[in-house]
Design a protein around this ligand. Structure first.
Ligand code: ADP
Length: 225
């Protein structure tokens, strides 16, 4: 059960591709009872639905390129306006550029961000992780090639199809890692300067990483009401 006896919890999870953002974000979302808002998952849903927007998004995504900031602002501002965000939210995959960070600041009340978590994993480790990453096309659960759901191609949670992401090719991954270093990593200083950044070692078992995240977050959490 989520911890609900507190004010809104608004979290941002940073980390390069394959750092485990999705896995840790899902746990935090459950812990605090707040929606896990993954811009990548939202875009992949649009691609699956085959809308015009989804078709355009797919071109950027398969090339490992970012969608324009104004498009992302539209998507995120609409999502953050939904009623389930009243007790907070967790952003995974946004902001990714200086423009997006400025947009977010405008969307959130002054002092409204609780913490930004930076999952630190070296580049050689993430390249290895991404090449063995598989994902359920229905519920988004992430598996590794060692997991039974990846081997059978059927998600043990929802029965959906488990596949390799179209943008997890070596070329697209290299492009995304370069973009992360150039455009997203500099944002960490911006959140650090506001005293919001908690950097956590993201190497190792997901349960161990989750414990580190919880320890790092503790001082940032709002006091019970
Ligand atoms: P990864 O972290 O592995 O790049 P995501 O699932 O977060 O994966 O994103 C997949 C793709 O979706 C990105 O490569 C990009 O094309 C697009 N995308 C997701 N979030 C954003 C964003 N905030 N700004 C621009 N493009 C985005």
């Amino acid at each position: 059960m989520g911890e609900t006896n507190h004010g809104p919890v608004r979290l941002i999870v940073f980390g390069r591709q394959g750092a485990g953002k999705g896995t840790q974000a899902a746990r935090l979302s459950e812990r605090f009872g707040i929606p896990h808002i993954s811009t990548g998952d939202m875009l992949r849903e649009a691609v699956r639905e085959g809308t015009d927007f989804g078709k355009q998004a797919k071109e950027y995504m398969d090339a490992g390129q970012l969608l324009p900031d104004d498009v992302m602002l539209g998507l995120v501002s609409e999502r953050l306006a939904r009623p389930d965000t009243e007790r907070g939210w967790l952003l995974d995959g946004f902001p990714r550029t200086a423009g997006q960070a400025a947009d977010l600041q405008r969307l959130v009340p002054e002092g409204g961000i609780t913490a930004a978590i930076n999952l630190e994993v070296p580049e050689d480790v993430v390249v290895e992780r991404i090449s063995s990453r598989r994902v359920c096309t229905e519920c988004g659960t992430i598996y590794s090639t060692n997991d039974e759901s990846a081997r059978s191609g059927t998600c043990e949670k929802c029965g959906g199809e488990v596949v390799q992401r179209d943008d997890d090719t070596e070329e697209a991954v290299r492009e995304r890692l370069a973009t992360y270093n150039e455009q997203t990593a500099p944002l960490l200083d911006h959140f650090d300067a506001q005293g919001l950044l908690a950097t956590v070692d993201g190497v190792g078992d997901p349960d161990d990483v989750a414990s580190r995240v919880n320890v790092a977050l503790d001082p940032s959490l709002p006091h019970p009401q």
